[in-house]
Design a protein around this ligand. Sequence first.
Ligand SMILES: [Zn+2]
Length: 226
Amino acid sequence: MDDKAGMNEAQDQVRLSLVEAAIRLEDAGLNRGSTGNIGTRFGDEILVTPSGVAVRDLTPESMVLLGWDGGKIDEDQPEQPTSEWRFHRDILATRAEFGAVVHCHAPHTTALACLGRDLPAFHYMVAVAGGIDIRCTPYALFGSQELSDLVLEALEGRKACLMANHGMIACDTTLERAIALAIEVEALAGIYLAALQVGTPNILSADEMAEVLAKFRDSGYGRQAR
Ligand SMILES: [Zn+2]
């Protein structure tokens, strides 16, 4: 097999993994219709889900390969990249440790984001995103560079964030890990909202969370190394 054929085969695999990831997100109740989007690194380029295509209609061929300027590598491809290609590009461009970005409008994280609230250290597992909380960005228009800039800020030292009046982003070394993180963050948001119905959740102190983060690091839990 020559290099090009090998490259194409590898790209087909990555394209297929994006389709499967989108289906998994929908099956897990984290996404519906054509709202969420996924991006991965592929060689020197990025591969993202297309704009406005329902999950059940996604095909490996419909995934869009982009250069770092956001331009389509195959200009003849009919599909357009997700309208959120900017934050996929900017996250992958600035965070070398990440290989994949998952964005969805999961109900509980989105409800919290509509309140403009961070997910605080109400449960030790909040540390799974890398820090003592999971931040929520201020509101900015979907698809805008302003939103992408706010996302990069909220993701500083973190692998996940919320976007006000919009949804959630989870990133990790692999697509598999990014999806697992998105599922965990959504579950945490659900528990937090449930606790808020009854009272005021106890928030773990900075020292308590530092201990959790150290233990996660020691055990390799949620590690970012590639
Ligand atoms: Zn969105």
